[in-house]
Design a protein around this ligand. Structure first.
Ligand code: AMP
Length: 485
């Protein structure tokens, strides 16, 4: 099938040709004619299927008639994250190259003033994250009565991020006569309720089962011990041993682990950058740009930051942690093997991941293949049990010898009990000096733990933590206080 049969305008077809696309993807072929007919559309499709162009191309065609008025955007696209919003803006710039469209992007982390100016000028296309859109609305800078087309993209992600009440509110602020295009990779009940309420007789298009991963992605798993330093070593081994690795995204479950892993990879001289939800907008965009340009080869990211990112050629995805929700696995590995390209996804599996792995295998409908020896989950569980037993025994042995709560000793006990962590890695789990001496030996300044108290590194610390030795000062007798009469 060719794009020319879908009803798109000549100018849009010319831009598509410039992009180098020869054939519409399944969702484009199915959705574009409905959008051009001004029907509501419910698209059940994951990212990587070409769904962005399935709404941007017909929208640009429809926008050729009419003009925008000040503070009254003609179309509104809601995206869950700033990155996705910026990507959609890129799409409009690319496919709208032959048009004079005013595109405004309303996202958090950038100043209101520039956004206000764009709204004032009149936006043909307004792309926004829900929170920032409502901020502008409440400041009286934005009128939503002129919106003819509303796009809600990545609705299930909006649900995960707690945006559904905002979405409902926004839907009610836009005239009932609008056209609504609604996209979601999955259809949980809350999303179904939303579509029942806000869509009118939608054309429903489902291009692939939500859990099916692209055939172009080779998926493997590799066993590792569950300690973080073992996982980091395993990850380095996998990156270094990967065939045809051009670049890679490494996913961690928690943003604090993004920081830890990033520092570790930097120390091992990888070309690496990080992406997580706490970074300001400018740093995120710079980081993404550097990754796209190839200035950095490895991007360590959290789910929130990386969901839906359109980076066309990512050769490898690594899961440093197996995701907690198996749906996230599908989204993560969807960062590679995009638009028919080949990709590889390798996940690290520890002894604690049996349930998570089972859920992923069920979600994708196949058993992931191991690289090397499979994880022996039974043995790993046994080992964990025995470690817990030993720790309990050690604890009970150590307890009676602890000199209890002598008020004058308190400051010293506190100083001893703190973790030794490299600056900036405050939340890192304890690293044993015996296992990774080079990490502890790094130049570092005293660190502030979460409570904000500045603490000194104490030489008895490692021994104290293992409870195999009681520091001398704890065994010292205490002098009774002389009472003054
Ligand atoms: P999306 O699902 O919208 O994030 O798009 C995934 C990728 O597919 C993006 O890199 C698009 O540029 C690309 N793409 C979109 N439509 C086509 C097409 N018809 N042919 C080839 N690639 C496409």
């Amino acid at each position: 099938m060719s794009f020319s049969t879908l009803g798109l305008s000549e100018k849009v077809l010319a831009a598509v040709e410039t992009s180098g696309y020869t054939e519409p993807t399944a969702i484009q072929a199915a959705a574009i004619p409905y959008v051009l007919e001004r029907r509501d559309v419910l698209g059940i499709a994951q990212t990587g299927t070409g769904k962005t162009a399935s709404f941007t191309l017909p929208m640009i065609t429809l926008l050729e008639k009419g003009r925008a008025r000040a503070r009254m955007p003609r179309t509104l696209i809601l995206e869950p994250t700033r990155e996705l919003a910026a990507q959609v803006e890129d799409n409009f710039n690319r496919y709208g190259a032959n048009h004079k469209l005013n595109v405004a992007l309303l996202i958090g982390g950038v100043s209101f003033a520039e956004q206000d100016r764009k709204l004032e000028r009149g936006a043909d296309v307004l792309i926004a994250t829900p929170g920032r859109l409502l901020d502008h609305f409440e400041r009286g800078k934005l009128l939503l009565q002129g919106v003819e087309i509303l796009v809600i993209d990545e609705a299930d992600r909006m649900l995960d991020m707690g945006f559904i009440p905002d979405i409902e509110r926004i839907c009610k602020l836009i005239p009932f006569t609008r056209q609504t295009l609604f996209f979601s990779a999955t259809m949980p009940t809350e999303i179904q309720r939303l579509t029942d309420t806000f869509l009118q007789n939608p054309a429903q298009i489902e291009v692939a089962k939500n859990s099916v991963t692209a055939d172009t992605v080779t998926q493997r798993i590799a066993a590792s011990d569950s300690e973080d330093y073992d996982k980091r070593a395993k990850l380095r081994e996998l990156i270094e041993g990967a065939e045809d690795l051009q670049n890679a995204i490494v996913f961690c479950n928690r943003k604090r682990d993004v920081a830890t892993l990033l520092r570790s990879l930097i120390r091992h001289e990888f070309s690496v950058g990080g992406l997580h939800g706490d970074m300001d907008q400018r740093s995120r965009m710079t980081m993404l740009d550097n990754f796209k340009k190839g200035t950095i080869k490895v991007l360590v990211a959290s789910d929130v930051a990386a969901r839906g990112l359109d980076i066309p050629s990512v050769s490898h995805v690594f899961n440093f942690d197996l995701p907690i929700h198996s749906e996230d696995y599908v989204h993560r590995i969807g960062r590679t093997g995009r638009a028919g390209r080949e990709g590889t996804a390798i996940s690290i599996v520890t002894g604690k991941d049996e349930k998570a792995l089972k859920a992923i295998n069920e979600t994708i409908g196949k058993e992931l293949e191991w690289i090397g020896e499979p994880m022996d989950f039974t043995a790993a569980a046994e080992e964990r049990k025995s470690r817990r037993r030993t720790a309990r025994n050690d604890k009970s042995k150590a307890r009676p010898r602890k000199v209890k709560a002598e008020p004058q000793e308190t400051p010293e006990i506190q100083a001893v009990a703190v973790e030794v962590v490299p600056a900036g890695l405050e939340e890192q789990p304890t690293v044993s000096a015996a296992v990774e001496p080079q990490r502890i030996a790094e130049p570092q300044s005293p660190v502030r733990p979460r409570g904000g108290r500045r603490v000194a590194v104490q030489k008895d610390e490692a021994i104290f933590r293992n409870a195999s030795h009681i520091p001398a000062f704890l065994l010292r007798g205490t002098r009774p206080k002389v009472q003054s009469r």
